[in-house]
Design a protein around this ligand. Structure first.
Ligand SMILES: *[C@@H]1O[C@H](CO)[C@@H](O)[C@H](O)[C@H]1NC(C)=O
Ligand SMILES: *[C@@H]1O[C@H](CO)[C@@H](O)[C@H](O)[C@H]1NC(C)=O
Ligand SMILES: *[C@@H]1O[C@H](CO)[C@@H](O)[C@H](O)[C@H]1NC(C)=O
Ligand SMILES: *[C@@H]1O[C@H](CO)[C@@H](O)[C@H](O)[C@H]1NC(C)=O
Ligand SMILES: *[C@@H]1O[C@H](CO)[C@@H](O)[C@H](O)[C@H]1NC(C)=O
Ligand SMILES: *[C@@H]1O[C@H](CO)[C@@H](O)[C@H](O)[C@H]1NC(C)=O
Length: 835
């Protein structure tokens, strides 16, 4: 018999679908087995493959035609499906290899829609191509085997069917063969019935997620709009006892009081809804709530809005500190004693505020400390102890600038950070001075731009500066005398500037920046422009987003000098980026090995990261020196805050921030640096929601604002959810805890919940693809023994057994509070799901 070309291709086409689909399923199962009971896993095992089997059967039928156009169409369809499956399975395997995590196709779709996002994806191309090649070769090798198995099976099943119809005819032959076939058919029917029954009785989660099959899960992701499928719809507060009116607090001065009503309207004159005296019809964006409620209850039209979105039928909702059941204020407590003392003794002018947000800045590298968990991991990578001295000498030089900024010592012997930085930073602050270093802080989100929103406090803070500008005419006054100098500062107008050496176009950051109130920015698009003032050839891109930070130096110098010339106050934001994956550094940077360098490159990622950390540490020193050189250091508050941490496989089974709830993604440094503020070491188990209230508190208490602005700032401080970090942090009040929520990259899939009042931590899944995770940070600060469970009931049982009743109660509260919080966020952000 002649075998045509397309004929010989068929087995391969089938195999191209079968091999990647099964490889993908094997990996998928492997990633989930650790949290399932082995017994149930074995019982339901056959049901995990139902979709694949059906798919293979359809493919086989499409290919089992020998002639005509239909045959070609069938082959084309199977070929196309095979290619998609191959590509998807290779991506999945490559992604697992790089991050240890699972790809989610709808998230991949939205990253792929963004040109800068595609660069991010392409950076992981090598492992994907390797996986693809491997699967391709394997498909080729197994092609004939797979086809013959399928053919035999179908011959058995379909043959038995046709046999049955011919059996009644006289002269039926091949009795033996027919018996064999009938058994094949019977077995198939019995197996199908058993699998079907198991499918019916098994619980839908997590098994439906586990049964997902390529390429069907891709089509599903493309067609179905992702939405959170965990029910959070109940909007009443889950712990109503805490809202008892006996706990209510009366308004006092700028404090508007606390009287949560669980959704009912507050029918009392004790908590008047007042419009602040400084409110006027033309308030900047972000202050609409007061602009609309003028006395004669007529909405004021003259809002500052250049690009209004279409309005819908919903009434605009705002956050209200009076009725927020979770709010705990600490503004009624005094400033820390040393701070009060210093402010009595001398002026601490804050003319300028610089907010440095640091990419992937883990608290344990800011500064790097001897005897930390990470230090131990590094030492453990060496087989003999002799290397310890040499590697410790290197590590002691990793983050001297961070040591000076935080006032925390790295703890390595014979070590003088001021000596290490003297080539690039003349540190002028006196011993015992330098500002407030906060320990225990967590990020509000492990996605940089969401974290940025938290840092600027829900789009709020920057319009404040516009507001301050609106209420003064800003004539300059420079005088040498100290009192007059403070006076001059207070009357200056603010200027905002955002700066980073990477692209501003990724994920619409440019739009976000404008909306948050940054009037101008310096970014890659600016550095790349030949007409820019400091454009030069030979700029070296160090990662897929852009250049090293140092390229912004001359522009920052201009910005500061310009502010000095025009006598304005600067709100300068700077985002460091070199510490982002793939942790590239300029070619002339002296890269070092911290971990033991084995030939497999086991620790390469972490090592690259530590080099990037050292690079950025050096840059921050240079940046601080720029403030000294331009003469503004003594009147500038520099706030350093990490956008999120960064997990490596040395820390957790899954690396990176993407859909990874591990604590190493959350711990970040927070420092309020000013050379004339006393050095304070503070602990607060809070999130960066506290950054803006603290900046306002500092501006007010250093008397750096004039009377009018002070009034406004005092009102606004009382509108924020976060507590001030220059006063003792209140971790609980009348039984209600200070909860912290962290949105896990990419958002909408997992939420991290902690409370300042308890050492526990819960990671809550928001879709059915993820597990619950619980840890006790007191006993297990580095989350090496996380409890995972697919449902709350199972989790509560395990937590109770291992950590006691109190911990289980906390988990229950945390879960209900978190669900309530999610609905509450949607309300205050005026977010309405389109059905
Ligand atoms: C179609 O299936 C039969 C078994 O049912 C098998 O013998 C035959 O070789 C198949 N044809 C092709 C083109 O694969
Ligand atoms: C530090 O100050 C000294 C003396 O003013 C100066 O010579 C030196 O260049 C400065 N170093 C840096 C890095 O600015
Ligand atoms: C500037 O300073 C002078 C003298 O110190 C004072 O009289 C004047 O009111 C100040 N102007 C402003 C706008 O503060
Ligand atoms: C930003 O620009 C607008 C209009 O150009 C101006 O009114 C406002 O004062 C500026 N704000 C800041 C903080 O620079
Ligand atoms: C800042 O103040 C310190 C001491 O208070 C002084 O030594 C230093 O020169 C001042 N720096 C600038 C830039 O004025
Ligand atoms: C912060 O949390 C840690 C770990 O749970 C705990 O040891 C510490 O006492 C807490 N600090 C404060 C101030 O609540």
């Amino acid at each position: 018999m002649m075998v045509s070309r397309s004929h010989s291709l068929r087995p391969f086409l089938l195999s191209l679908l079968v091999v990647p689909a099964l490889a993908s399923k094997a990996l998928h199962l492997f990633q989930h087995t650790h949290s399932l009971s082995p017994l149930l896993l074995a019982l339901y095992f056959p049901t995990f493959f139902v979709l694949e089997i059906l798919l293979f059967v359809v493919a086989w039928f499409l290919l089992n035609r020998t002639y005509g156009a239909k045959s070609a169409i069938g082959a084309a369809i199977v070929g196309l499906l095979g290619c998609i499956t191959l590509a998807a399975a290779s991506s999945q395997i490559g992604f697992y290899f790089v991050t240890g995590a699972e790809v989610r196709w709808n998230a991949a779709k939205s990253v792929g829609d963004d040109p800068e996002g595609r660069k991010l994806m392409l950076s992981g191309l090598k492992p994907v191509l390797c996986a693809g090649l491997f699967l391709l070769v394997l498909s080729w090798l197994l092609a004939s085997g797979i086809t013959s198995v399928m053919n035999n099976w179908f011959a058995a099943v379909t043959g038995a069917f046709s046999e049955e119809s011919t059996e009644q005819l006289p002269g039926a032959n091949q009795k033996g063969g027919s018996g064999l076939r009938r058994r094949g058919k019977q077995w198939t029917i019995i197996a199908a019935a058993v699998v079907f029954a198991l499918w019916l009785v098994r619980p839908s989660d997590p098994y439906n997620h586990i049964s997902g099959a390529l390429p069907l899960s891709i089509f599903y992701a493309l067609l179905v709009n992702p939405s959170s499928n965990v029910d959070t719809s109940s909007s009443s507060f889950p712990l109503p006892d805490l809202l008892n009116p006996v706990y209510w607090e009366a308004p006092k001065g700028h404090y508007r009081g606390w009287a949560p009503t669980n959704g009912e309207s507050l029918e009392t004159d004790d908590y008047p809804v007042t419009v602040p005296e400084w409110a006027s019809p033309n308030l900047p964006r972000g202050f609409e709530r007061w602009a609309q409620k003028s006395d004669n209850s007529e909405p004021v039209a003259a809002l500052e809005s250049d690009d209004e979105e279409e309005t819908d039928d919903y009434e605009t909702q705002y956050y209200d500190p009076v009725t927020d059941p979770l709010r705990i204020t600490n503004l009624d407590h005094e400033l820390f004693e040393p701070l009060q003392q210093a402010l009595k003794e001398h002026d601490v002018p804050i003319s300028h505020v610089v907010l440095v947000i640091m990419e992937s800045a883990r608290k344990d590298v800011f500064p790097f400390k001897s005897d930390s968990h990470l230090h131990q991991k590094i030492l453990d990578s060496y087989e003999d102890d002799e290397a310890a001295d040499e590697v410790n000498a290197k590590l002691s030089r990793l983050s001297p600038v961070a040591e000076i900024l935080t006032g925390e010592s790295s703890g390595f012997p014979d070590h003088e950070p001021n000596e290490l930085v003297k080539d690039f930073w003349n540190v002028t602050s006196r011993p015992g001075m330098g500002g407030i270093n906060v320990n225990g802080m967590l990020t509000g989100s492990t996605l940089s731009f969401k974290s940025a929103l938290v840092n600027y406090c829900g789009v709020g803070p920057l319009p404040i500066l516009n507001l301050f500008n609106k209420v003064k005419d800003g004539r300059a006054n420079s005088s040498e005398d100290s009192q007059d100098r403070m006076e001059a500062i207070r009357n200056r107008k603010w200027k905002t500037m955002f700066s980073q050496s990477i692209t501003e176009l990724y994920d619409k950051q440019n739009v976000l920046n404008r909306k948050m109130g940054f009037n101008q920015s310096i970014c890659r698009e600016h550095l790349d422009n030949r007409r820019s003032k400091h454009y030069h050839s030979g700029m070296e891109a160090i990662n897929y987003f852009g250049y090293p930070e140092v390229e912004t130096y001359p522009y920052l110098e201009d910005v500061i000098n310009d502010a000095l010339e025009t006598d304005s106050r600067l709100f300068l934001s700077h985002f460091t980026s070199t510490t982002h994956h793939p942790w590239g550094t300029p070619s002339d940077f002296d890269r070092k090995h911290y971990f033991y360098d084995d030939f497999l490159g086991t620790h390469d990622d972490m090592d690259h990261y530590l080099n990037a950390v050292r690079y950025v540490d050096h840059w921050l020193g240079k940046f601080m020196n720029l403030l000294e050189d331009t003469g503004i250091a003594n009147e500038t508050l520099v706030v350093f805050v990490g956008d999120h941490g960064q997990a490596f496989h040395e820390d957790s089974p899954v690396s990176g921030t993407y859909e990874n709830g591990h604590i190493s993604n959350f711990r970040i440094p927070v420092v309020f640096r000013h050379p004339l503020l006393p050095r304070l070491q503070v602990t607060a188990n809070a999130t960066t929601m506290s950054v803006v209230p603290t900046i306002l508190d500092l501006l007010v208490n250093t008397k750096s604002l004039n009377q009018k602005d002070t009034n406004i700032a005092l009102d606004l401080m009382n509108e924020y959810e976060g507590q001030s970090l220059i006063r003792p942090f209140q971790s609980q009040k009348n039984g209600r805890q200070a909860w912290n929520f962290g949105i896990i990259n990419a958002g909408g899939t997992m939420l991290a919940v902690t409370s300042a009042a308890a050492p526990y931590r819960l990671v809550l899944p928001l879709t059915k693809d993820f597990e619950f995770a619980f840890s006790n940070l007191e006993k297990d600060p580095d989350e090496e023994h996380i409890i995972n469970e697919w449902n709350l009931k199972g989790l509560l049982k395990k937590v109770k057994n291992e950590h006691g009743k109190e911990a289980a109660k906390w988990v229950q509260d945390a879960e209900s509070i978190a669900k309530w919080w999610i609905e509450e966020r949607k309300r205050v952000w005026n977010y309405h799901e389109t059905v």
